[in-house]
Design a protein around this ligand. Structure first.
Ligand code: NAP
Length: 484
């Protein structure tokens, strides 16, 4: 099934931080793939901007090398790549000074879609917004794209929001959470709201509990200094896991519009109960055969920062009263797995003699690896010997089921950037959502920081600390296995 590519309108996309890691690894290779697919129209331009003293040819070379290194260009794409490089330009600019702004002003066209990607440290967001405004480069129609981390607590998130809103309307701000750009995450909404099958069961009458897992095998690597100030709660839970929680738990919006969807997500965040500290397990990975300990990686021998967190969360509303949501995320774990599992209740009574097992339907939505979903159903074990039951998955891997190689390569970033150009904010976090998420996480973080809680050690390559297993075991439940 070939995917339908609808070209977007002509645009000028300025990437502040266009020489940085994110631009070279994700944004530019992603844009090249969109160009190759025919989605970038004639007349679209990409302008890199950073302090480095490059000219247009120098930037084209940097982007050429980035695409070669980080994917997107097969050998047969040489001619396509040469054409893509022609869409690029560059201007040296300093977010904190006046150098370069007049030159940028002369480059950006006023009669096409204008997008400004702030791929720089958040401490520069306010400077960029202010100078775009002061130099009359941005218009009322311009869009700005900002990256996580969006603050480290409610106070700093409010300050960041204000620094953007002083110059741009909320309808112009696109806060990226790349998890929301994943095919599966959008499919989660399609499955829930496009089928008659699931929605009637999507409540506390039929759902026993929900698990959300984002496990990584990598450690903190070169990000140790940043990560040690953040930890898993700020780096993963406050944004990615909470966004997934919102999408799985929200009420059906009246229509699939940006504010309708985001209004419903906001209601979920506001309905979250405070979490009992006994229902939070923080962990830190220990040295193992394949790598150093967290403290060595973070170069902080006395660090109390968590590289793992598991928690039980409740949502105070009619639909979810009494249904636990178990969230778990960590680094240096057994496998790279991101999954949402909706575990339905058992039947309560079996008519099949000798069938002692508790059979459960489980809908699992895989974000990685192999984006897809499966539904565990109970069937008769094939062959003679009476009615023995067995649980099997009805498995659908999107790349196989849809038979479309484009689905394998359409990365979340490229999809989201095209949404920016289209002016569709549905998959971007609104300012009030971000603030509500911090308002919920702040007291939890302040709690363990105030108590100087020491995270539990776990073996690198494991499923996390023993206490995290106990969080579910003591309630007669168990975590979904991380397949190594
Ligand atoms: P990076 O590699 O350090 O790049 C920073 C960029 O900003 C460089 O292009 C740098 O170029 C430019 N820059 C620095 N100071 C500047 C100034 N005063 N004026 C203009 N440009 C300036 O950082 P990154 O990893 O790309 O991250 C960028 C943003 O994305 C950060 O907010 C980060 O938290 C976020 N993020 C990154 C990733 C990732 O995978 N890398 C993932 C999620 C979020 P010059 O030195 O030449 O000026």
């Amino acid at each position: 099934m070939a995917s339908r590519v609808i070209p977007v309108d002509p645009f000028d996309l300025v990437i502040f931080g266009g020489t940085g890691d994110l631009a070279r690894r994700k944004i530019l290779p992603g844009l090249f793939r969109r160009y190759s697919s025919g989605q970038m129209p004639e007349g679209a331009r990409i302008i890199g901007a950073a302090r480095s003293d490059l000219d247009r040819a120098g930037y084209q070379q940097l982007v050429n090398e980035s695409i070669a290194e980080f994917g997107g260009a097969e050998k047969s794409d040489t001619a396509m790549l040469a054409k893509f490089l022609e869409t690029l330009d560059y201007t040296p600019i300093d977010a904190k000074g006046e150098a370069g702004w007049d030159a940028l002003s002369g480059m950006v066209r006023k009669d096409v879609v204008q997008a400004f990607y702030f791929s720089v440290a958040p401490s520069l967001f306010g400077d960029l917004a202010q100078r775009l405004h002061a130099h009359k480069i941005a218009t009322d129609q311009s869009r700005i794209v900002v990256e996580k981390p969006f603050g480290r607590d409610l106070k700093s998130a409010k300050a960041l929001n204000k620094s953007l809103r002083d110059h741009f309307d909320e309808s112009q701000v696109y806060r990226i959470d790349h998890y929301l750009g994943k095919e599966t995450v959008q499919n989660l909404m399609a499955v829930r709201f496009g089928n008659v099958l699931f929605e009637p069961l999507w409540n506390n009458h039929y759902v026993d509990h929900i698990q959300i897992t984002v496990a990584e095998t990598v450690g903190v690597g070169g990000r140790g200094a940043y990560y040690d100030r953040a930890g898993a709660m700020r780096d993963m839970v406050q944004n990615h896991l909470m966004q997934l929680l919102c999408l799985i738990a929200m009420e059906p919006p009246g229509q699939f519009g940006a504010d309708e969807v985001r209004d419903e997500k906001l209601k979920v965040i506001r309905a979250l109960q405070g979490v009992d500290p006994h229902h939070i397990v923080r962990g830190q990975y220990d040295a193992g055969p394949n790598g150093a300990s967290y403290r060595e990686d973070a170069e902080n021998p006395r660090s109390f920062t968590e590289s793992f967190i598991a928690m039980k969360v409740h949502i105070n509303n009619w639909r979810w009263a009494g249904v636990p949501f178990y969230l778990r995320t960590g680094k240096r774990m057994k496998s790279r797995t991101s999954e949402i599992a909706v575990v339905f209740k058992d039947l309560g009574h079996s008519i099949f003699e000798g069938d002692e097992k508790r059979h459960r339907n489980i809908l699992s939505i895989r974000l990685q690896p192999n984006e897809g979903m499966d539904l565990q159903v109970t069937i008769k074990e094939p062959g003679p010997g009476g009615m023995r039951l067995v649980d099997v998955p009805l498995d659908m891997t999107f790349a196989e089921a849809l038979g479309d190689s484009d689905h394998e390569v359409t990365d979340a970033y490229e999809r989201l950037i095209m949404d920016v150009i289209r002016g569709n904010q549905t998959l971007f976090m609104r300012g009030d959502e971000v603030e509500a998420a911090w308002a919920w996480t702040d007291p939890l973080i302040n709690g363990w920081e105030g108590r100087n809680d020491v995270p539990k050690l776990y073996d690198a390559g494991s499923s996390g600390p023993e206490d995290a297993l106990m969080l579910l075991h003591r309630e007669g439940r168990k975590w979904r296995e991380l397949k190594g």
